[in-house]
Design a protein around this ligand. Structure first.
Ligand code: ZN
Length: 260
């Protein structure tokens, strides 16, 4: 396939280039919001073309369009991160950065067209943002032991099918879906599976609560879910993943360091 045969390639390069001109903190908010809309519209166009490719039994084009879609979603998440930072919405800004990193990884996995130096530079940019814009985070294990995973492509037990998580099939990245899981103790990990699972607050020796993100220290009020943090000292509140795939803020009594 030559570049001329690749559907939507010129449009993709233009929309991505225009949006990336705006992925900096001082850029105008309204222009950034417009770029988010443009990307969303283009992602829908790519979706439609991908459906056509699947109907024509053209897996390579479907995966190529998946790569474009993931690339657009990464840039959109980065724009949303800068917008959230302007609103001092630190937690969401962090989640958008994690999304941007994940989408970029999927873009690179989906097709060779996005395994370029530009994309590699973007990965490095996101790593720099993680290190120099946000304070260091403490990550948590999901707190689950998964008893069974299902394959997102064929729906079978992941152990029994031939699909491989992280690889593209017909315009979708294969992932493992939690079917059955048991909750266990949450532990601190250095290499997290999911950077959304992190400590958000911790109790200080003087009975106060400190935000891990902003370093603000405050008296836990009775209505707050942080209230019982005052009881024993050295307790934490963190975000963990529930067996149903939903994130929730939980109090954590004991933490153990796990070497991974
Ligand atoms: Zn499968």
């Amino acid at each position: 396939m030559t570049e001329d045969d690749i559907p939507l390639l010129t449009e993709y390069r233009n929309v991505a280039h225009d949006a990336q001109t705006l992925t900096f903190l001082p850029r105008d908010t309204d222009l950034q919001l417009e770029a988010v809309e443009d990307l969303t519209e283009f992602i829908q166009t790519v979706n439609a073309r991908q459906q056509e490719a699947i109907e024509h039994r053209d897996e390579d084009t479907a995966n190529l369009l998946l790569a474009m879609r993931c690339g657009c979603k990464a840039v959109r998440a980065e724009l949303n991160m800068w917008l959230a930072l302007k609103k001092q919405d630190w937690g969401n800004a962090w989640s958008e950065l994690v999304d941007a990193q994940d989408f970029l990884q999927s873009a690179q996995a989906a097709h060779a067209i996005t395994r370029t130096e530009d994309i590699q530079n973007l990965r490095e940019k996101y790593d720099w943002i993680e290190t120099f814009v946000f304070p260091p985070q403490t990550y948590l294990s999901p707190g689950l032991v998964v008893d069974q995973f299902l394959c997102s492509i064929c729906g079978a037990d992941y152990q029994d099918c031939d699909h491989i998580a992280g690889l593209p099939y017909w315009g979708q990245i294969c992932s493992r879906i939690i079917e059955e899981a048991t909750v266990r103790e949450v532990s601190v990990v250095d290499e997290p599976e999911d950077k959304n699972c992190r400590i958000t607050h911790f109790s200080t020796d003087d009975g106060m609560v400190r935000s891990k993100m902003t370093w603000e220290k405050f008296v836990p009020d009775d209505d707050s879910r942080l209230a019982s943090l005052t009881e024993g000292g050295n307790r934490f509140t963190g975000i963990v993943l529930q067996p149903n795939g939903v994130y929730s803020q939980e109090e954590i009594d004991t933490l153990q360091q796990t070497d991974t």
